[in-house]
Design a protein around this ligand. Structure first.
Ligand code: ZN
Length: 285
């Protein structure tokens, strides 16, 4: 081997090795591609695992309606988007119509929106007191005031707030990149902003018997109302239509699973009920 060839090989060996892609959390989020590991079906299967009290995660099969969308790809039809818009209550409907053709968020590097993250608000917090008798129609439970005011945070913590009666308050337009998980705010940072949209679904909490920490709280059963599942499905169709592709549905806890102090929301979320409402919109003609 010539001296030049040896020099060339040595020069190549001296180059820093490309860093192995760093994967974050149980669903293995890649910091460079801003994507969880696997096909859309595999990602949704990991991200839609059942979240039990104390943030215990259990595998569950993907509902057929969601699996089909993840397998086929593509985007919601015009009829599905219209059915979603028609289902929204005022005043949100007018707001959604106004923004219906606007682009959605992307990251600062131009990576498009990909994930639709479902949360529960864990608010109001009743400590050791019982939940109100008629929790779904309770005025305090359904009030958007804590999220609008700076009581919880200086700015709205999510894109959407959805109360138990199906009313919707937009904290941020879907065009605005926003973060609401530890993965985005603590681990990846601003580079991830715009890759996720966040939906806060109103659900009160109270301490589990004998508990003293906010990590040990319980939600009402059932966790969410029919109106909430219906509007969640409509929001998912609407924002996916604007994104031009079916977003991958996810949950706050599973996005952050493996990161210390991950929140335990959404609790008592019934994936089948969400999928049933979604199926109706997908079939809209
Ligand atoms: Zn959350």
């Amino acid at each position: 081997m010539s001296r030049i060839a040896i020099a060339a090989i040595l020069a190549i060996l001296a180059l820093p090795l490309p860093a192995a892609a760093e994967e974050i959390g149980e669903c293995r989020f890649d910091r460079d591609t801003l994507t969880f590991a696997g096909t859309p079906v595999e990602q949704a299967t990991c991200l839609l695992r059942k979240i039990k009290p104390l943030a215990v995660r259990e595998p569950q099969p993907l509902p057929k309606a969601i699996k089909q969308l993840m397998e086929r790809g593509g985007a919601p039809s015009a009829a599905s988007k219209q059915a979603a818009l028609d289902s929204f209550p005022e005043p949100y409907r007018a707001y959604a119509v106004e923004h219906a053709k606007a682009p959605v968020s992307q990251t600062e590097a131009g990576v498009p929106l990909a994930y639709f993250v479902i949360h529960d608000t864990s608010t109001p917090f009743y400590k050791d007191a019982p939940f109100p008798k008629d929790v779904d129609n309770d005025r305090l439970v359904n009030s958007f005031q804590p999220y609008i005011s700076d009581e919880i945070a200086p700015e709205p913590v999510a894109h959407i707030f959805l109360n138990r009666q199906g009313q919707i308050w937009p904290g941020h337009e879907f065009a605005e990149g926003w973060r609401a998980t530890k993965l985005e705010s603590r681990v990846v940072g601003p580079a991830a902003r715009g890759r996720f949209v966040h939906i806060e679904t109103v659900q009160p909490r109270r301490f589990m018997p004998g508990a003293t920490s906010r990590g040990q709280t319980e939600a009402p059963k059932p966790g969410f109302t029919k109106s909430q599942y219906r509007m969640l499905a409509s929001l998912y169709v609407y924002v996916s239509a604007r994104a031009g592709k079916w977003l991958i549905p996810a949950q706050h806890n599973t996005v952050d699973a493996g990161i210390p102090d991950a929140h335990d929301d959404p609790q008592n979320f019934e994936m089948k009920r969400f999928a049933k409402e979604l199926e109706k919109l997908v079939k809209a003609r």
